[in-house]
Design a binder for this molecule. Structure first.
Ligand SMILES: [Ca+2]
Ligand SMILES: [Ca+2]
Ligand SMILES: [Zn+2]
Ligand SMILES: [Zn+2]
Length: 182
């Protein structure tokens, strides 16, 4: 989780003043009783309409374990939501705080209906998951470098597909960020 916290801090420092205000706005919007803290109930209610939340995410965000999030802790939540980093283990459903493994075939599939399959180190190491038999799992770091070699090794046409896919992902991320800046 420490890694995500550091990334969130760097991300926040590079936000425009408008976006920082927006992060503040989201925080006070979540803080229904206005006590300057987000408790689990407020957090879950706020994210009610989205599937990308889970109490394990809240617990991971609550750095000092006092059962609520102050603004500093909530900044990390803002980053996770904006960057699409809200990933949960497909097997045990816990929030993937640090390194995780992902099925390479599903990740690099050209079929947009195939969803990615991520699992935590415990589930992967303990073989506590069911996925297609021939799955090759890569950790998130090697996935990143594999994506590059995949893009470089692919035929020009396939490369366009890979790059197209990446830019679609980036577009989606930008649109998501753009939507709530308004
Ligand atoms: Ca509150
Ligand atoms: Ca706390
Ligand atoms: Zn797991
Ligand atoms: Zn797979």
């Amino acid at each position: 989780m420490e890694e995500i916290r550091r990334a969130a801090e760097a991300y926040y420092e590079n936000l425009s003043e408008d976006n920082k205000r927006h992060a503040r706005f989201i925080f006070s919007d979540m803080d229904k009783n206005g006590d300057g803290q987000i408790d689990l109930k407020e957090f879950m209610e706020y994210h009610n309409n989205s599937a990308d939340t889970h109490p394990s995410l809240f617990r991971a965000l609550d750095k000092n374990n006092n059962g609520s999030l102050d603004f500093e802790e909530a900044k990390v939540s803002y980053y996770i939501m904006q960057s699409g980093r809200a990933l949960f283990c497909k097997s045990c459903n816990t929030f993937l705080t640090d390194v995780y493994f992902s099925c390479f075939q599903c990740f690099s599939s050209n079929d947009s209906t195939v969803s990615t399959y991520e699992i935590c180190c415990d589930c992967y190491g303990g073989k506590k998951f069911t996925h297609h038999e021939d799955a090759i799992f890569c950790d998130n770091y090697s996935l990143l470098s594999q994506s590059r070699s995949l893009a470089l090794a692919a035929s020009p046409e396939k490369r366009r597909n890979v790059l197209g896919k990446i830019s679609t992902i980036l577009d989606a991320a930008n649109t998501a960020a753009g939507c709530i800046i308004m």
